[in-house]
Design a protein around this ligand. Structure first.
Ligand code: SF4
Length: 312
């Protein structure tokens, strides 16, 4: 949950999640729509599917062998578990000896050794990896989980990004090269951002009485299984769709929505009455009761529904 979301947001979701699925066995028995519903609003839904798939595999393993996986390789074999998560779990829970390297570790180690650009330069990245390996050897008799959490705390409370480093109160200040050279605010250099792709989306609101049409996102598409207003995505070319169509159609709500490096300008377009038969993979949503919808709504659709609700 915390990979792409801030902690204050995560805490609320985590508490609810642990009430619904208190153990890995409870989660393994859960139905995917219920898991996606509990995740609704956090985005990046493949993570929720991966957690569920991993819970099923862990459930089977625990029932068969009664032992938890305890190596980085075993954890990395689970869906969605990458190098950082596997090392964090094994270091904190199973006395693993590899240090999970997150943004905090990168920042602190890069500053300690004054490595300028580990995020963009392969030479600096290799130097940082080598430094972490040496650290693992030096700290091999210590609990690696404690060291990992010490780095997390140091990085978030003291050795903060940019000019916010609190070197005067840092336990490493006497050995820190960046501080000695007074370049801590410049290290590590910012990761070069991918260029933003601007898109415009028309979310089509087909109506039948108090209801609007939703479609389920089909398999193979991002956010598969979620429900959304039928959406047309158009690459932005010169002038905005808004200026082209607002004279002819009612655009009731508009918002900006970011997904990775895509920036969507989304418009709620009143598309008129639906007169046809309801196609497969579509449902009617009662606008008055949309918050009680039993499926998982895409974040873009939820944001648009909130905007339209405010206008009513
Ligand atoms: S002395 Fe400053 S830059 Fe160096 S590790 Fe401590 S807080 Fe970070």
């Amino acid at each position: 949950m915390s990979q792409q979301s801030t902690m204050p947001t995560v805490v609320r979701y985590f508490q609810k999640w642990m009430t619904l699925f208190p153990t890995v066995f409870d989660l393994a028995k859960a139905k995917e729509p219920n898991v996606l519903k509990a995740w609704e609003g956090l985005g990046y839904y493949s993570r929720a599917r991966n957690v569920l798939a991993s819970a099923k595999l862990l459930d089977a393993k625990l029932r068969a062998s009664k032992t938890w996986p305890n190596s980085v390789e075993e954890w990395m074999s689970l869906p969605g578990v990458g190098d950082y998560t596997a090392k964090a779990i094994t270091a904190i829970c199973f006395e693993g000896k590899q240090l999970p390297v997150d943004g905090n570790v990168i920042r602190v180690v890069a500053r300690l050794l004054a490595i300028d650009d580990p995020l963009n330069s392969s030479k600096d990245k290799a130097q940082l990896i080598e430094a972490v390996k040496q650290l693992e050897v030096l700290a091999s008799s210590l609990p690696m989980g404690d060291l990992a959490q010490a780095f997390m705390e140091l990085g978030s409370e003291i050795c903060r990004p940019g000019a916010l480093a609190d070197c005067a109160n840092c336990c490493l200040s006497r050995v820190c090269l960046a501080r000695a050279r007074d370049v801590q605010a410049l290290i590590p250099q910012k990761k070069k951002q991918r260029e933003k792709v601007q898109l415009e989306s028309l979310a089509l609101a087909y109506r039948k009485g108090d209801q609007i049409l939703l479609r389920q996102i089909p398999k193979g598409r991002r956010l598969e299984g979620q429900w959304e207003l039928p959406v047309l995505n158009l690459e932005k070319a010169g002038s905005s769709i808004k200026s082209l169509i607002s004279d002819h159609f009612e655009l009731r709500a508009e918002l900006t929505h970011f997904i990775t490096h895509h920036q969507y300008r989304a418009f709620w377009l009143e598309a008129g009455l639906w007169r046809g038969v309801l196609p497969a993979g579509h449902k009617w949503l009662n606008l008055e009761k949309w918050r009680h919808f039993d499926g998982s709504l895409s974040t873009l659709t939820r944001k648009l529904l909130i905007l339209v609700e405010k206008q009513s």
